[in-house]
Design a protein around this ligand. Sequence first.
Ligand SMILES: Cc1cc2nc3c(=O)[nH]c(=O)nc-3n(C[C@H](O)[C@H](O)[C@H](O)COP(=O)(O)O)c2cc1C
Length: 342
Amino acid sequence: MTLATRYLGLTLPSPVVASASPLTGNVRHLRALEAAGAGAVVLPSLFASELAAADKREETLRAAGACNSPEVSSYFPVLPPDSQGEDRYLDLIRRARAALAIPVIASLHASDLEHWTQHARQCEEAGASALELNIHFVATDLTLSGAEIEQRHVDTVRAVRARTTLPLAVKVSPYFTAPGHFLLRLVDAGADGLVLFNRYQQPDIDVVRLQMTNAFELSHARELRVPLQWIALLHGRVSASLAASTGVHSVNDVIKFLLAGADVVMTAAVLLQHGSAGMHPLVSGLKDWLRHRGMDSLLPLRGLLSRDRAHTSADFIRANNLQTLQGYQPGAHALHNPIDAS
Ligand SMILES: Cc1cc2nc3c(=O)[nH]c(=O)nc-3n(C[C@H](O)[C@H](O)[C@H](O)COP(=O)(O)O)c2cc1C
């Protein structure tokens, strides 16, 4: 039995990958994840723009201090630009590579092309096996059109592609008008893999205190359906690797994504809830499932239920929608619906 899979042109011993999160920022946890069967690890993102902002703050403080009392500037250690956070990150890449046999994927978030490309290069030099671009962008500027936002993503991928030879994955949100078309553009621009999808924390409102809140919540397993649909639609139609992210909470979720056609399945939620020990049941459960069905690799399973095997995309979506709506049992949700209950 082998769980070996290919992702971004790399060979992984298993398709279950630790998604970027605080847990993957610690080499002890990374070792435990590898021992528990992870096929690769994605380090937490280097937030390049935040480093730049921190540098600016420090520069301002130094300048202010130097004006008021010159000795204040000596309180600050002399550091080259961006050095603290960035050095720590590059050091994490080096230590992780030295400690692990599985691929170590560095992750990067930046807000301008200069930072994207500069840091991508540094991650490569530090020895990362691959790079994941975490393009986290919420269009709060209402004058920006969808076309402009898509173009920014494409320009970012193209610019990074030109500056690094590392295998490149791109992690984006699902909030695009035509995700399939947009994702194909990212692949044309040089993405070797697509991570579907990033998950944004959304604000809530506290009706007692009358204020916005940032209540943090892990994903729920039902959130898996949006990436599941897009992986099923893209499998076999895009040259890039497909990574599933969001909503993986059990081995069944891993299997669903593989059936839809994912090359790898990522989880952060399980690991943040259970620590690195959360990895083992996903990998051993997948082995058990395959063994039970007489399969000795992922080959017969992958993409079995993708759009590829279901005529056209339109049929695939229509069939899903029709079956769901026509199969609805009146009253099935009555207890949960305050209107029906009254
Ligand atoms: C606390 C926390 C920190 C995260 N940090 C990062 C990060 O640094 N970079 C990134 O690309 N994604 C980050 N993510 C997103 C996860 O990698 C993942 O895509 C998302 O949580 C959905 O997967 P899940 O359902 O397994 O949690 C973070 C998620 C959480 C919950």
